[in-house]
Design a protein around this ligand. Structure first.
Ligand SMILES: Cc1cc2nc3c(=O)[nH]c(=O)nc-3n(C[C@H](O)[C@H](O)[C@H](O)COP(=O)(O)OP(=O)(O)OC[C@H]3O[C@@H](n4cnc5c(N)ncnc54)[C@H](O)[C@@H]3O)c2cc1C
Length: 387
């Protein structure tokens, strides 16, 4: 058995954990990053998992030199957003009128994750434990002790849980999480569109489900259809031609005919509220800290804001050690509001648009039209999306 000592041990090198490690490159802290499944290099095929990355997240990736290494020909700028309610109400956002070059970037998950992973390979203050699995984790007054399945033992002042929604680290710490299953999945697939999408992201709040089309380069669109179990099964069983027809029809043929490229996949949707983001010697970031409905496309963006905040708190810790609870509470206080606001907005929208109450059905469409005419509310919504 070999024992090693670090300042910070990070479990999970998804986009959030890897970005957190990269943000601490010049911190002088000695880091270990444990990842069970390192990302494979990207291929020419389009990733089924696509994210809307906010300008704030793009700037964070740029600050650590990762954005510059990503293949820009695979990134689609969003110049406008068109959101429609189930009775024809409309809400529109426009980059030009907002005074920004673009509202977001549409990107492949695998390419971001691999870009971060590549940047970590030569990071002098970091040791990577790739393909490792965690066996035991315990905290004592002197810090944390993580035993890996191969017998390696990692001691540290702080463990950062970046191991996703079903976080093993969070469970070892005994932190409560309340997961509410939305009884829906996010069905994802990519298409080539007949008509130019002009960088417009489109979303339809339909009576039974929410459909989104995100603009990718080469006139591809990425679909996320948040829908119930029976419809998910039907979409997964459909042939590429049947699926393309159904998706085009559901979007009112806004981009003419669609042709599917690549596979269809589905991810179960839930909201996950975690009782505490920190304990002595522990901090949670990314999906380990919160789960949100993807209808606002903000899960990764929220997680990257966690990573940026926690990295800043650690870099400005003064004489405190990294696992100090008072120090970590600074991170929790800074992040709580953003997380609760995003969970509340996405959860409320989800329930509002699933309601069969005739008054709410009317109100939700009136609300969208009203918001469309009220520039201060639109400006607030835009600020959240750009963050
Ligand atoms: C259908 C759908 C669409 C979405 N669209 C968007 C979008 O447009 N924009 C957006 O911002 N978000 C979106 N999201 C949310 C986004 O997918 C998540 O918020 C994001 O993946 C969370 O990243 P993470 O790094 O925290 O966790 P994960 O991506 O889950 O990464 C966790 C990592 O930890 C590793 N790991 C887990 N357990 C262990 C262990 N015990 N030991 C070692 N390693 C471990 C895993 O291998 C993995 O690499 C969407 C989600 C869904 C379901």
């Amino acid at each position: 058995m070999t024992a090693q000592t670090y300042d910070v041990v990070i479990v999970g090198a998804g986009i959030v954990g890897a970005a957190f490690a990269a943000a601490l490159r010049d911190s002088g802290l000695k880091l270990a990053l444990v990842e069970a499944h390192p990302p494979a290099p990207p291929t020419d095929d389009w990733d089924a998992r696509i994210y809307a990355i906010s300008p704030g997240s793009a700037a964070f990736l740029e600050s650590m030199g990762v954005w510059q290494t990503l293949d820009q020909s695979r990134i689609g700028p969003v110049y406008g957003m068109s959101i429609r309610g189930d009775s024809g109400a409309e809400l529109e956002f426009d980059a030009y009128r907002t005074g920004v070059p673009q509202l977001a970037w549409i990107m492949e998950s695998g390419r971001i994750q691999h870009g971060l992973w590549a940047a970590l390979q030569d990071q002098a203050n970091l040791t990577l434990f790739a393909g490792a699995s965690c066996a035991e984790l315990a905290w004592s007054a002197s810090g944390a002790r993580l035993a890996l399945a191969d017998g390696t033992v990692l001691h540290s002042k702080l463990v950062v849980a970046a191991d996703g929604g079903k976080s093993w680290v969070r469970a070892q710490a005994g932190i409560d999480s309340r997961r509410e299953d939305y009884l829906q999945s996010g069905v994802v697939a990519n298409f080539v569109a007949e008509k130019a999408h002009r960088g417009i992201a489109r979303q339809w709040f339909r009576e039974e489900n929410v459909l989104a089309w995100l603009p990718l380069p080469q006139n591809h669109v990425s679909m996320v259809w948040s829908t119930d179990a029976a419809h998910t099964e039907a979409l997964l069983a459909a042939s590429p031609e049947q699926l393309a027809d159904e998706v085009a029809r559901a979007g009112g043929h806004a981009l003419g005919k669609l042709r599917q490229v690549g596979r269809t996949a589905a991810f179960p949707l839930s909201i996950n509220r975690v009782s505490s983001l920190v304990q002595h010697g522990l901090a949670l970031i990314g999906d380990a800290a919160h789960g949100v409905h993807p209808l606002a496309g903000q899960g990764v963006n929220l997680g990257l804001r966690d990573a940026r905040e926690l990295a800043q708190v650690l870099q400005h810790r003064g004489a405190a050690d990294c696992g100090d609870l008072a120090l970590l509470r600074r991170y929790e206080r800074a992040r709580r509001g953003d997380i609760v606001a995003m969970q509340t907005v996405t959860d409320s929208l989800h329930h509002l648009f699933r309601s069969k109450n005739p008054l709410l059905m009317k109100l939700r469409n009136v609300g969208m039209d009203f918001t469309n005419q009220l520039n201060p509310i639109k400006a607030w919504l835009i600020r959240q999306a750009l963050g």
